[in-house]
Write a protein that binds this ligand. Structure first.
Ligand code: NAD
Length: 370
């Protein structure tokens, strides 16, 4: 069987603690199920700055580009608050996204039944929720030019950002959303603001054309992004896959995230274009949370976001769908059995360490695989 090359970039703060729980899983999958993962570890963020004076070295960047997938922990922390801007910890993640051309950000919002009580919304609104937000990640107003503050010379300044999308960018992100929808409930809702933005008019048009040309088996609806925000908190279960631009996706994915409880539970994936020869996509998987300096080193971080990011890696980079399903079920079962790290703790549950939560998931995965 071909080997599966993984680059592990644990980063800073709780990143290494969470990543350690994934490496336990990889060890078991290799030893007991012949998964054939080959792992290499590299440095990113503050850890890379301390070692090399930059947020990721060229050598690690090369490894990332040649790996089948990259698993990323988290970067940053007060120790590096004053390092030069170009080598700040986040620059490592931005370089990875840019050089790997990761244009599609996937953020699932899944509400595990055991945690439905801890959402800020009513249990019946969120219980069993399983939606996926597909956010365009490399275009739009965060990157468009001109982007500047100019002095108007009359005591006033003007801040300018430019929202810009070309046809190919909208085609490729909507293609990802339609393809993913086919593996789920086959429903895509596209969100933009065509009522007030030209880029929104083009977005809606191109999504509709892409749908008609290649994906007419999938149900497509359109919604204004502000209405989408309302619907997400009113009745989120109406959605399956939401596709939207960089700016709206940034906000809507955070709204959707909070429907499900803690930051410590949320995985994500960022995908690039398929390789024309092999069909495989460059991909990076990371928890949504940061390096949590307030709890780093205490052994109490929730590793589930990192483990669930690995489940996404199994599903999207290696087409190991059965294993991904089993890993997600293992997480759900462990929560049903009352295991909780501090961030998701509630009365009557069993509070456990990062490592004990990881062990419980590994054991459950093993049992489900038997
Ligand atoms: P954060 O996500 O690190 O933490 C926010 C709060 O959530 C903290 O109280 C933290 O303890 C808690 N938390 C986060 N993840 C948790 C987990 N797995 N288990 C238990 N509790 C968890 O965000 P922040 O505090 O705003 O940022 C801290 C540092 O992380 C900053 O340097 C920031 O720049 C960086 N950051 C990095 C990334 C990334 O690497 N992708 C993302 C966001 C923030």
């Amino acid at each position: 069987m071909a080997s599966r090359k993984l680059l592990l970039l644990p980063g800073d703060g709780i990143g290494p603690e969470a990543m350690a729980e994934v490496t336990k899983l990889i060890t078991v999958m290799n030893a007991e199920f012949g998964a054939g993962f080959e792992t290499e570890a590299g440095l990113v963020g503050g850890a890379a700055y301390d070692a090399h004076g930059e947020a990721i070295s060229d050598a690690d960047m090369e490894r990332a580009l040649s790996a089948d997938a990259v698993l990323f922990g988290a970067v940053g922390g007060p120790k590096w608050d004053d390092v030069p801007y170009e080598v700040r910890p986040e620059a490592g993640l931005l370089r990875l996204r840019k050089e790997m051309e990761l244009f599609a950000n996937l953020r699932p919002a899944i509400c595990y039944p055991a945690l439905a009580e801890s959402s800020s919304l009513r249990k019946d609104v969120v219980e069993g929720l399983d939606i996926l937000i597909v956010r365009e990640l490399t275009g739009g107003v965060y990157f468009g030019e001109p982007k500047e503050i100019i002095d108007l010379g009359n005591g006033q300044k003007r801040g300018i950002d430019t929202q810009v999308y070309d046809t190919f960018e909208i085609e490729r992100i909507s293609g990802v959303a339609f393809e993913l929808a086919r593996t789920r409930q086959s429903k895509v809702c596209s969100m933009e603001k065509h009522n007030v933005m030209k880029s929104g008019v083009l977005w809606k048009e191109v999504v509709a054309e892409t749908h008609k040309a290649k994906y007419s088996d999938v149900e497509l609806t359109h919604m204004l992004a502000d209405a989408g925000g309302m619907q997400l908190v009113r009745w989120p279960k109406q959605f399956d896959v939401i596709v939207t631009d960089n700016l709206f996706g940034d906000m809507l994915s955070d709204v959707a995230a909070m429907l499900t409880g803690s930051l410590g539970m949320l995985p994500s994936a960022s995908l690039g274009a398929p390789d024309p020869k092999t069909g495989s996509r460059k991909a990076l998987y990371e928890p949504v949370h940061g390096s949590a300096p307030d709890i780093a080193g205490k052994g109490i971080a929730n590793p589930i976001a990192m483990i669930a990011s690995f489940a996404m890696c199994l599903r999207y980079s290696f087409n190991m769908v059965a294993e991904a399903d089993r890993l997600e079920k293992a997480i759900s079962d462990v929560l049903d059995e009352g295991y909780r790290t501090g961030d998701i703790m509630s009365e009557g549950m069993r509070e456990v360490s990062t490592s004990a939560m990881g062990d419980a998931v590994v054991e459950k995965f093993r049992a489900l695989s038997a």
